[in-house]
Design a protein around this ligand. Structure first.
Ligand code: 6PG
Length: 282
């Protein structure tokens, strides 16, 4: 399979990043719904990413495009295995920052969280014993089944991922055994995430690379600079602009130094960052 070359979009400031990201998502949604499949399947990460999604409905308005929210199906690229009302829940954060916007009319039954009954059982297991591992695995396989029921041809349209200052993406951490998983599972569980909370589920690397059409990797701030510096070759010149965004087509360092740069999907790979992530602390 020929893999796409990445495009790197640099917003001049962190405040301008959401409109760049939301425009991109809006274009991909319209392409999937109007042009190709009459349906848009999207997976979203947590961390700082949900805050960047709050202007998604504005993006559609500016483009003068109908979002057709009833054709959207929303999954989690990774989730912390905590109750839905816990502040650590990625879905809660996605609701608070995006889905609860009165303009966003995605049917509730097309928004897919993890099984709360299993989470309840997990909460009762204080130790990471065999039982809690089994429950975590059940949460992951239950989630995978939900995805399989919805995805046409078993392919996701778009995953929008964050990346951490250690180079992780989803809940795929550097040097972790999950990176070598060859089980063919789409959704994996992790009991020892270095970023708290430790118990999580995550899309697998093979799913992101072979069963996802488009990926956006997005992050802002100087703490992300060492990762940007390490994952892209220096075959382009960057100097900060006052407003708007710039587009580059850098090569990626091979072999990929971090999990976030191991993700190269089928059709398109877009990294969206701000200028602080390009230059670091100055
Ligand atoms: C999580 C997230 C995770 C996140 C990155 C980046 O559950 O922690 O889903 O994958 O996207 O950690 O987070 P920050 O942008 O907050 O650094």
């Amino acid at each position: 399979m020929v893999r796409p070359s990445p495009e790197l979009l640099v917003a001049s400031t962190k405040a301008e990043l959401p409109s760049v990201l939301c425009n991109w998502i809006a274009l991909m949604a319209s392409k999937a719904i109007d042009g190709e499949r009459n349906k848009f399947t999207i997976a979203l990460s947590g961390g700082s990413l949900p805050k960047f999604l709050s202007s998604l409905s504005d993006a559609f308005q500016k483009l003068n495009v109908d979002p057709k929210w009833d054709r959207w199906y929303v999954f989690l690229a990774d989730e912390r295995c905590v109750p839905i009302d816990d502040d650590d829940s990625n879905l809660k954060s996605i609701h608070d920052n995006f889905l609860n916007d009165a303009e966003v009319k995605i049917p509730q039954n097309q928004i897919y969280g993890i099984n709360q009954e299993l989470v309840g059982k997990l909460m009762k297991e204080e130790d990471d014993n065999g039982d809690s591992k089994t429950i975590l695995d059940d949460i992951a396989s239950h989630y995978e089944k939900k995805m399989k029921n919805v995805l046409d041809d078993d392919v996701l349209d778009l995953a929008v991922l964050g990346f951490g200052p250690d180079g992780h993406t989803c809940s795929l951490f550097p040097d972790h055994a999950l990176l070598d998983d060859k089980s063919g599972r789409w959704v994996l569980s992790i009991a020892d995430s270095p970023k708290p909370p430790p118990r999580r589920i995550t899309l697998s690397l093979p799913f992101l690379n072979d069963l996802t059409r488009n990926v956006i990797v997005c992050g802002a701030g100087a703490s992300k600079f060492p990762i940007i510096d390490a994952v892209f070759e220096k075959n382009f010149d960057y100097s900060k602009q006052e407003t708007g965004f710039q587009s580059f087509h850098p090569k990626m360092v091979s072999p990929p130094p971090y999990p976030c740069s191991m993700v190269v999907p089928k059709d398109s790979l877009t990294w969206i960052v701000d200028s602080d992530a390009m230059v670091g602390e100055k």
